[in-house]
Ligand binder design. Structure first.
Ligand code: NDP
Length: 376
């Protein structure tokens, strides 16, 4: 079996990837983290990778002292070095910080298992073209995209529609008025998934589903009008594909990210695992309903950004990252997240959508949100 590197190994997806890797008996040759030096040290001790990287220079010096047999580097350069060292790279970094490592990995790897959705939202076209040029397989980890990927395995039939399922998050059924008083603790209480803080807030605003719609657009080369969101609170059907003849394929499974992570690692094969299974003989019901884009307008913003194209998704993504960070610091109210993104998107003028334009648009959107947030 393969050697893998895990970028963002200390996060929610990173930790579950290491669990899946242990179960599959894979060799982990590279690990990266941002701030969590304690957990990275535990992971180095357990997996004994050849290389590891962490953002801070002093943290790197500490790790070097403890682990003489692992080459330790720091900063963005360090992450890029690790990204380039294996045939299979898992990108579990959160946010746009995952973009440069994704492009670095694509230059040298054979397969990239990608959880880092912000990268595909901001620069999906560039990333997918680079992967195609080098013949690199892009295997999605996001459960919805993994579901679509699995529904499409072994067939070349054109897609009529992709249905991305959404749990609806912790505030499903809330009115706009009720959302005015929700707190950070309320927003962090997701009903079905246990995830990192940023994506949990994205689920509460439904921006997560918006990001996933754009992600699907690039991963499956699907026009925006062919991607539909359907709310499915049980999170058992992970997504569906409708074909020309009206047949619909769906992928089902317990809500456990280790399953799509494992599939991305072993694709196109399937291997045994000890994870929870669905039992249809237990009483259960599966329900589907349309999303409420009035109460959760972030989803509509994502459709707007996708239709506008160019750097619009990068602006939306940058503004969202900045606004969510402010909400997590309890500096702005929940409803302000949408307002800040919408105002930022409205004041942007499109450029030529080069990688430099995308990175500049991302930085511009973050500054704009910071300026506007100060005014309240
Ligand atoms: P977490 O916040 O739990 O983890 C993020 C990881 O990235 C950590 O290892 C963190 O390091 C590292 N990191 C953060 N910022 C930087 C940076 N600037 N440079 C380098 N590394 C950095 O996030 P999740 O695991 O929840 O999510 C990761 C990605 O996967 C996101 O894009 C998310 O949308 C996507 N995703 C997540 C799902 C989930 O179930 N969690 C489901 C589907 C997709 P450190 O911990 O050391 O600070």
């Amino acid at each position: 079996m393969q050697n893998i590197v895990v970028l963002g190994s200390t996060g929610s997806i990173g930790v579950q990837t290491l669990d899946a890797a242990r179960n599959l008996g894979l060799t982990v040759v590279g690990l990266t983290a941002n701030k969590n030096v304690k957990l990275l040290a535990e992971q180095i001790e357990a997996f004994k990778p050849t290389k590891a990287a962490i953002a801070d220079e002093q943290d790197a010096a500490y790790l070097r002292g403890r682990f003489p047999n692992t080459e330790i580097s720091h900063g963005e350069e360090g992450t890029l070095e690790v990204a380039e060292m294996a045939e299979t790279v898992v990108n579990a970094i959160s946010g746009i910080a995952g973009l440069a490592p994704t492009l670095a990995a694509i230059r040298t790897c054979k397969k990239i298992a990608i959880a880092n959705k912000e990268t595909l939202v901001a620069a999906g076209e560039i990333v997918m073209e680079a992967a195609k040029e080098r013949g690199v397989a892009v295997c999605p980890i996001d459960s919805e995209h993994s579901a679509v990927f699995q529904c499409l395995a072994g067939g070349e039939n054109p897609i009529k529609k992709i249905y991305l399922t959404a749990s609806g998050g912790p505030f499903r059924g809330f009115t706009k008025k009720r959302l005015e008083t929700v707190t950070k603790a309320d927003a962090l209480r997701h009903p079905t998934w246990n995830m990192g803080a940023k994506i949990t807030i994205d689920s509460a605003t439904m921006m997560n589903k918006g990001l996933e719609v754009i992600e699907a657009r690039w991963l499956f080369n699907a026009p925006p009008e062919n991607i539909e969101v359907v709310v499915h609170p049980q999170s058992v059907v992970h997504s569906m594909v409708e074909f020309e003849d009206g047949a619909i394929l769906a992928q089902l499974g317990a809500p456990d990210m280790r399953l799509p992570i494992q599939y991305a690692l072993t694709y196109p094969k399937r291997f045994k695992n000890p994870y929870k299974r669905i039992n249809f003989l237990e009483r259960m019901s599966l329900t589907f309903e349309p999303p409420d884009m009035e109460t959760f307008p972030c989803l509509r913003l994502a459709y707007d950004a996708m239709r506008i194209g160019g750097e619009a998704p990068a602006v939306m993504n940058g503004a969202n990252e900045a606004a969510v960070a402010l909400f997590l610091e309890e500096k702005i109210a929940f409803a302000r997240i949408y307002e800040l993104i919408e105002q930022t998107m409205r004041s942007y003028t499109l450029k030529r959508n080069t990688l430099d334009d995308i990175l500049a648009a991302d930085a511009w959107a973050r500054e704009r949100v910071a300026e506007m947030a100060l005014k309240y």
